[in-house]
Each structure stands twice: as C-alpha cells, then as structure tokens.
Design a binder for this molecule. Sequence first.
Ligand SMILES: Cc1cc2nc3c(=O)[nH]c(=O)nc-3n(C[C@H](O)[C@H](O)[C@H](O)COP(=O)(O)OP(=O)(O)OC[C@H]3O[C@@H](n4cnc5c(N)ncnc54)[C@H](O)[C@@H]3O)c2cc1C
Length: 328
Amino acid sequence: MATYEHEVVIIGAGPAGMCAGMYAGRAMLNAVVLERGFPGGELLNTEVIEDYPGFEHVLGHELAQKFADHAAKFGAQIKTGVTVTTLRKRDDGMFESITDGGDVYLSPTAIITAGGTPVKLGVPGELEYAGKGVSYCAICDGAFFRNQTIAVVGGGDAAAEESDFLTRYANKVYLIHRRDELRASKILQKRVFENTKIEPIWDTVVEQVEANGEGLVHNLKLRNVNTDARRDLPASGMFVFIGFRPNTGIIEGHVQHDSMGYLLTDANMMTSIPGLFAAGDLRAQLTRQVTTAVGDATTAAIAAEKYLKALRDGQKEPKIEGTGGYTA
Ligand SMILES: Cc1cc2nc3c(=O)[nH]c(=O)nc-3n(C[C@H](O)[C@H](O)[C@H](O)COP(=O)(O)OP(=O)(O)OC[C@H]3O[C@@H](n4cnc5c(N)ncnc54)[C@H](O)[C@@H]3O)c2cc1C
C-alpha cells in the first residue's frame, strides 16, 4: 500500500482518458492515468473504426495503441492493471482515488473517464463473436451490414431507434423482444411499425449465437418464452440494446446526473463536485463516439489546468473562464 501525489488523476485509459493524459502531459502537469485493464477502452472491443477523422479505416486496437503512444510521447504516465474502487473528495479539498490494491492517489483535481458498460445478454457466443457480427453500437457498426439480414435485441427506446436506423444499411432487421409489446416511446414504436424492413419477433429470447467457418455470425438460436418452441434465425449480425450503464459507481457522495445515471457537467466538463471533471461515454450527452470522447477530454484537461492555476492563485472556489451552466 502506497500513497502517491499528482496534480491530476485520470481514471480510465479509453480514448477520453488517454486524450486527457496527452493534454495534461503537454501542459507539463504531473498527471497519472489509472486503467484497470489495458489502454484502449471500448476501442479494444471494436474491430474497425471508419469515422475517426483522418482514418478512413483503422483497427480498434491499432487506434488504441496510437492514442497510448501519443499520450506517452508527451509524458503521460499510464498505469495499467489498476482498478479504482473509490473516488472521493476530502474535507481538505484533495481527491482520494483508492485502488483495489489499497494504494491511494491524492490530487487537487480528478478527471473521470471510466466509460460505460453495455448490458450483455449473457448467452453462449455473444462475447466470443463481439466485433464479428455481435455489436452494441449501431452508429459504429451499422455500415458493415449493407444489404444483409440482421437482428436487434431489446424493446426500449434504443432498440426501437437503432432498428429504424439500421434499415439504412440492412435489407431486413428482426427486432427480437422477450415481451409482446415494446417499452419504447410511442413515436419510436410508430417508426418501427411503419418500417417495412423491420419485423418484430415477440415473446422471444436469443439462446445462442452461432458463427460460420470464418468465425462470423450466421445464425441465432431463439426460444419462445411462452411455448418454449425453439427455432433458428439466419442472420449475419446481432445488435444488443438492453441497456448501458455509466461506470460512475466509484464516486462517493452525491454528484449530479441525469435519469440514466450519466454525469452532468458544465461547459468546462466540470461535474457538480468542484475540481472533478468528466469526459467521454459516462457524460450526459447526445451521442457517444471516439470523437466526442476526445473532444470532452481536451476541454476537461485544459479546464483542470486552469482550475489548478486558480487554486495556486489562492482562489478558494476556483473559477474557470467559460460559459458555465449544466448541460444534459
Ligand atoms: C462495439 C463498439 C463499437 C464501436 N465503434 C465505434 C466506431 O466505429 N466509432 C466511434 O467513434 N465510436 C465507436 N464506439 C464508441 C466508442 O468506442 C466510445 O464512445 C469510446 O470508446 C468512449 O471512450 P471513453 O474513454 O469515454 O470510454 P471507454 O472507451 O469505455 O474507456 C473507459 C476506460 O475506463 C476503464 N475503467 C473503467 N472503470 C475503471 C476503474 N474503476 N478503474 C480503472 N479503470 C477503469 C475501462 O477499463 C476503460 O479502459 C464503439 C463502441 C462499441 C462498444
């Protein structure tokens, strides 16, 4: 068990955390990025990225490595295999990030970039074929399924909206739901029912995802929850939208969030806890992409630098130049 002191502690080395680390490094701040796994975040679960400017086609793990190298080049220290279990602000204004190994990282500012976790179905083949036909992101992966038959699993707003979106690419979208009606808002339901490319499959769950000889998804094994009747559904893709949980549980004490648990920030990415900034997928915002994650992180790191300067200047409640105001 050891205690470390930094000017900024960044939690999570996905695109947001590595970008924040890079900017903190360029600002010559004594920063550390704590990552429970390997640097990359969701990029490591993504086969190909085609919508990051400057890269028409880049493998997820290659982009992750480029981010890590770039951050390291400017002096960012990324510690891997370190899970932060508690993040709290002490009465003396210092943040304490406590790790699973019992180490304590003290810092006057912290940036949380811990992303979120798509809820999984938990069926055989799902994780094995993630990125090989199984996806949790329509805007990211939809274009890989042009003129194909795919399935969407879920019954809420995300499942309805993304089914409709995916018909831009797919010939046919089966919407598999374990109940006999959608939970989605009426307007989204209307869109689904009016879209002739979408066919709902009610009262049904996916029991297994099967791949062809090339390791790509080609069949889903379904079960009707009322009759227990089983059947095959040939499909080259399965998009799962049964929930997404922001990884904010480590924050001790109240921090403002929206109804889904995403963190609310002001325009400088500062949360309702002064000195705690948030960037990337765990922040309440319209969309969650690599571009938005690094955009948030740029602002957060620069704002953290200004916050530190204001602290050094003796301001008790540091003010950062900016528009302020909370946004969702
Ligand atoms: C299948 C899939 C495909 C995608 N495809 C695209 C695409 O084509 N284009 C695009 O722009 N976006 C895509 N996205 C979205 C994109 O990957 C995310 O928006 C982006 O990764 C968000 O970055 P982030 O840094 O906020 O979070 P993440 O990438 O989730 O990184 C968070 C990091 O924090 C770490 N962490 C979490 N909790 C802790 C803790 N307690 N202690 C220490 N470390 C912790 C995690 O291990 C992780 O490394 C895709 C997402 C998925 C799931």
